[in-house]
Design a protein around this ligand. Structure first.
Ligand SMILES: Nc1nc2c(ncn2[C@@H]2O[C@H](COP(=O)(O)OP(=O)(O)OP(=O)(O)O)[C@@H](O)[C@H]2O)c(=O)[nH]1
Ligand SMILES: [Mg+2]
Length: 335
């Protein structure tokens, strides 16, 4: 990869809005090869001054809530309004299935062929915080390529929405009518984090249910602290299928963004995100270094054996691995 594109080619390609170059640049940033990583980090440094102006919006919700359909409809509407829309899809299943971009492209049929849009799956798995970091880098590259709206889709189960909140300015939680909170697996935490709640699939005979759900969520929100100081998280109803409620969704996202900007909270939020980015890069580097150290894989294998034969406890075996990794071979030889 690094042999094929130079830093200048990639920088010019990305900032010139060349999609091929953008895709190559994101692939490079995702690569685990040290030489690719070095080039990717140089590229990020080059393009960084051109980033930061896009609307960064996260869309989360349970599987099947309609995230991709909302992005398809909202994205096409935004393109009609003159925006350029990048879509990053964090797919927790991609490590198992090898990526479901085909599935996503069929759900985002209009967007996938629109010249105003760019769709890219983010790889999942790997080290802690790795997904957020790689998605962040892809987002920055998209911004440098001229996309002024970045929509990040992430299924909302467990930790993923917290990672998503680390990436975006506004977080939209998508719910469906007629399912209880428990059924939807919605935790208090995510309702607290969301800047906007949308009850999707408010169409046909589901409209009364959607309205009732809207009331219930509004009520539940009253007991929670605000996601953003001075902001009351709105609950809207929409139908991505029938294309209703979309303008309201966007108006709300714009209002939230305006509040962030005017209050100085946007700067604060992004600063905090940068600190998380820094921490995750340090953690990743330390972990990579650790696993590459001589003797570590043997020490892990030995520790696993000790544990499985019940000759050692897990905490003791873990300490043994860490001690083995600390041995400096030069020092060990001179002893
Ligand atoms: N009736 C109705 N169906 C919808 C609406 N939005 C999405 N759907 C349907 O719901 C199903 C799931 O939609 P997706 O957009 O793929 O949902 P998702 O949240 O992206 O799903 P995952 O990515 O698998 O988690 C599809 O069959 C959609 O056609 C809507 O507004 N109304
Ligand atoms: Mg989807």
């Amino acid at each position: 990869m690094s042999g094929r594109s130079t830093l200048t080619e990639l920088t010019d390609g990305v900032t010139g809005g060349d999609r091929g170059a953008l895709s190559r640049a994101i692939t490079l940033a995702e690569s685990r090869l040290p030489e690719d990583q070095e080039l990717a980090q140089q590229l990020i440094a080059e393009i960084l001054p051109r980033t930061g102006k896009a609307r960064r919006v996260g869309i989360t919700g349970v599987p099947g809530a309609g995230k991709s359909t909302v992005i398809e409809t909202l994205g096409l509407w935004l393109i009609e309004q003159g925006h350029k829309v990048a879509v990053l899809v964090i797919d927790p299943s991609s490590s198992r299935t090898g990526g479901s971009i085909l599935g996503d492209k069929t759900r985002m049929q209009g967007l996938s062929v629109s010249p105003g849009a760019y769709i890219r799956p983010s790889p999942s798995g790997g080290v802690l915080g790795g997904v957020a970091r790689k998605t962040r880098e892809a987002m920055l590259l998209c911004e440098a390529a001229g996309f002024d709206v970045v929509l990040v889709e992430s299924v909302g189960v467990g930790q993923s929405e917290a990672e998503l909140a680390e990436l975006v300015d506004s977080l939209c939680l998508l719910l469906v009518p007629g399912a209880g909170d428990e059924l939807q697996g919605i935790k208090r935490g995510i309702m607290e984090t969301a800047d906007l709640i949308v009850v999707n699939k408010a169409d046909g005979d589901r409209i009364p249910l959607a309205k009732r759900a809207r009331g219930d969520y509004r009520h539940a929100l009253r007991m929670l602290p605000p996601s953003t100081e001075g902001w009351e998280t709105p609950v809207l109803i929409a139908s991505a299928e029938e294309k209703t409620g979309l303008a309201e969704i966007w108006e709300t996202i714009e209002a939230h963004r305006a509040l962030l900007q005017e209050s100085g909270l946007l700067k604060e939020r992004r600063m905090r995100q940068q600190q998380r980015w820094l921490a995750s890069m340090i953690e990743e580097a330390v972990l990579t270094d650790f696993y590459r150290r001589e003797g570590v894989s043997q020490a892990i294998a030995a520790a696993e054996k000790q544990v499985s034969e019940e000759k050692s406890t897990v905490p003791q075996a873990a300490l043994d691995v860490i001690k083995a990794a600390r041995i400096d071979p030069d020092q060990a030889n001179s002893c």
